[in-house]
Design a protein around this ligand. Structure first.
Ligand SMILES: Cc1cc2nc3c(=O)[nH]c(=O)nc-3n(C[C@H](O)[C@H](O)[C@H](O)COP(=O)(O)O)c2cc1C
Length: 154
């Protein structure tokens, strides 16, 4: 007996299935500019590992928060999140949205990066206070911001 829909039914991207997308927010443990080298390390590792896992996405690092979208095969997202969630460089890693997409939002970007202006904090901070997944309108706004940074990198 099969239940449907089930994430395990998603085939690898190479078969033309829908990519999964995950959005999380977290509190940064980095003190900047002192720890800017850590950000550079994260980006470098991410670009290499994400490419190998067929994962694309974008990361915003403000002084207080991270917000990151990862998109790709379900199993790859689980594997990556296991590493990311135990990373000492942030805490309170909170997944606010996870969904199947008909097409990637960050196609071609193994990890787009933006050191965002502080005003983005206003969009990220409220997402921690909700239990479970965030409300769609609030996460929509954050996803739009991430996409804008990709179109016009700071
Ligand atoms: C905010 C943040 C975002 C990260 N994003 C990614 C990512 O997209 N891909 C990735 O491979 N590692 C990412 N990392 C690094 C991982 O946490 C981890 O250090 C790295 O993948 C190496 O994995 P390992 O520690 O299990 O060997 C991120 C770390 C932080 C703090």
């Amino acid at each position: 007996m099969e239940t449907w829909p089930s994430p395990s039914h998603h085939r690898p991207m190479i078969d033309g299935s829908h990519p999964q997308s995950l959005l999380y927010v977290s509190h940064s443990c980095l003190v900047r500019p002192r720890d800017d080298l850590e950000i550079a390390r994260i980006i470098e590792v991410s670009r290499e590992r994400n490419r190998a896992l067929d994962v694309t996405g974008a990361l915003i690092a403000t002084y207080r928060f991270f917000a990151q979208i990862l998109e790709g095969p379900d199993a790859a997202l689980d594997e990556l999140m296991a590493s990311i969630a135990r990373d000492w460089r942030h805490r309170e890693v909170t997944v606010v949205r996870r969904e199947a997409l008909s097409a990637r939002r960050f196609d071609g970007w193994s990890m787009a990066y933006s050191g965002a202006a502080g005003y983005v904090d206003r969009d990220i901070a409220p997402l921690f206070t909700r239990s479970g997944l965030g409300s769609l309108p609030d996460t929509d706004r954050l996803i739009r911001l991430l996409r804008e940074f990709v179109r016009s990198p700071l």
